[in-house]
Design a binder for this molecule. Structure first.
Ligand SMILES: Nc1ncnc2c1ncn2[C@@H]1O[C@H](COP(=O)(O)OP(=O)(O)OP(=O)(O)O)[C@@H](O)[C@H]1O
Ligand SMILES: O=P(O)(O)OC[C@H]1O[C@H](OP(=O)(O)OP(=O)(O)O)[C@H](O)[C@@H]1O
Ligand SMILES: O=C(O)c1cccnc1
Length: 439
């Protein structure tokens, strides 16, 4: 168990001189990765994929901030990790989403034998090009640790020159800021909110602190509070709280890339959910509709999808999209008040409060709060060197074919320009509003 009161500032000060592994466990990752990994292991185990780092904030010149040797040391350390006996016992024996044995024995055997595959690291124009290539069920597990390592090495690079008192005050300010956010959230009647902040956290220990602050400040949902849990499996295990997860864009992106006709391409996002339907029920039947445009996805959806529990809204205008989803459920004879809407796109307290006020009661509302929960150090050091930025790691190819993501915001689109244009035509995506990305 972690002792509850790690003095993070003192620790940062004392650890500045030795190797300090950032990722210490294969389950220091998002729960949805394990859910998706099991699904891929069952349905598409032989697909080869490439994941690549994408820095959507090029003004943050990562290769000038982070030492290449330190980065390699951290990445190599992850390749030495394997599932511990305690972690395996927890995954095999714990109840997730009310279900025992969520992870099947054949998948657990695969996970127990797993070491993460090699990485390819190069420097170009002040940025790191970091790529992972190999079997999909293995490569996909690099995304979250790779991002968390880069984010934390960047934090450490900025913190390195700071004195002990300076660090104390910095963390005191960050703690105060988060606590004030929690005090605001406490006012929201019927709120439900989870930590989604692993990938772009300031550091592991800071995320762990944030989760505990949410636990105490909001109370756990199982005891009538607003905090539903964390997407981080390691923290969920150690602190005995719920592990929370849905599914991600990599599934439709890879399925889509593997199709051979426009008709099959159009069906690919539904194929993903048909496979998911086989495996999961209840609160795990949450669709992510924006990969190739939410409206087209909902308009063309088979009826069985209207019976699903909910929807995750992850790009574009969240109000307009939730209103659209409500009308869609009504048009399919479903009662929106029974449906779950999870907002998860770059949230902070003001937007959470606005969305809660507008939708609570009309649907079951829930929030996945990421970077601005676990990495809000904006304005806390000179030059704003600790401000979070938009770093992602995406599936860019499947069996040698490039993948595409459109989403409801062109700023989040990925893939070669000609293919993006093709997908826009096939999925009949009209004009889209460009929205600046905070994270
Ligand atoms: N990045 C991390 N990932 C997982 N657990 C961590 C991480 N950093 C610290 N911990 C755990 O948090 C607890 C307190 O950590 P802390 O690092 O302050 O103690 P420590 O004596 O400095 O240990 P260490 O030498 O492992 O860093 C320990 O149980 C430690 O294993
Ligand atoms: O509060 P946040 O920091 O937004 O954290 C949650 C986000 O993280 C994930 O996406 P990711 O950022 O990896 O990719 P995307 O932005 O392209 O969806 C997820 O889909 C959410 O959008
Ligand atoms: O489970 C999810 O949907 C999730 C978890 C973390 C970050 N983004 C999404």
């Amino acid at each position: 168990m972690i002792t509850p009161a790690v003095d993070i500032a003192t620790r940062v000060y004392n650890h500045a001189w030795k190797i300090d592994p950032i990722i210490r466990s294969l389950i220091d990752t998002d729960f949805y990765k394990l859910l998706m990994c099991q699904s891929v292991f069952r349905n598409r185990p032989d697909v080869n994929v490439t994941f690549s780092l994408i820095n959507r904030t090029p003004s943050v010149r990562l290769a000038e901030l982070i030492d290449e040797g330190e980065l390699r040391e951290q990445l190599d350390h992850v390749r030495d990790l394997s599932l511990t006996r305690g972690e395996s016992t927890w995954l095999r024996g714990n109840t997730f989403y009310g279900k025992r044995q969520m992870f099947r024995p054949d998948f657990m055997e695969f996970l127990e034998g797993l070491r993460l595959p090699p990485y390819i690291l190069e420097k170009r124009d002040g940025q790191y090009e970091l790529t992972f290539e190999g079997p999909w069920p293995e490569v996909m597990l690099w995304e979250i640790p790779a991002l968390a390592i880069l984010m934390e090495l960047r934090s450490r690079a900025v913190l390195k020159g700071m004195g002990r008192f300076e660090l104390q005050v910095l963390y005191a300010r960050a703690m105060t800021r988060l606590w004030e956010k929690i005090e605001t959230l406490r006012q929201l009647d019927g709120l439900r909110i989870a930590d989604f902040g692993t990938r772009r956290r300031h550091s592991f220990l800071w995320q762990d602190w944030c989760v505990q602050a949410m636990q105490e400040g909001l109370g756990e949902a199982s005891q009538g509070g607003a905090f539903t849990g964390t997407s981080n499996c390691l923290i969920a295990m150690r602190r005995d709280i719920e592990a929370i997860g849905t599914n991600a864009h990599e599934l439709p992106m890879v399925y889509a890339a593997l199709t051979d006709s426009d008709a099959a391409l159009r069906q690919a996002p539904y194929r993903v959910l048909a496979d998911w339907h086989e495996e999961h029920d209840g609160n795990l039947r949450v669709m992510l509709p924006d990969t190739y445009g939410t409206r087209g996805f909902l308009n063309g959806a088979p009826d069985w999808l209207a019976g699903w529990t909910g929807i995750r809204i992850d790009s574009g205008d969240p109000v307009a999209t939730a209103e659209y989803a409500i009308r869609w459920w009504q048009s399919r004879g479903e009662d929106p008040r029974e449906k779950l809407v999870i907002f998860s796109d770059g949230l902070d307290v003001a937007e959470i409060a606005m969305l809660h006020a507008r939708f609570n009661g009309r649907v079951k509302v829930s929030f996945g709060w990421g970077t601005l929960l676990t990495n809000d150090f904006r304005g806390l050091v000179q030059g704003d060197g600790l401000a979070p930025f938009s770093l992602v790691c995406k599936a860019v190819a499947a069996n040698g074919r490039p993948t595409v993501k459109l989403s409801d915001n062109p700023e989040k689109a990925t893939g070669p320009a000609d293919l993006i244009a093709h997908y826009r035509k096939v999925f009949d995506v009209g004009p889209q509003e460009r929205r600046a990305l905070a994270v």
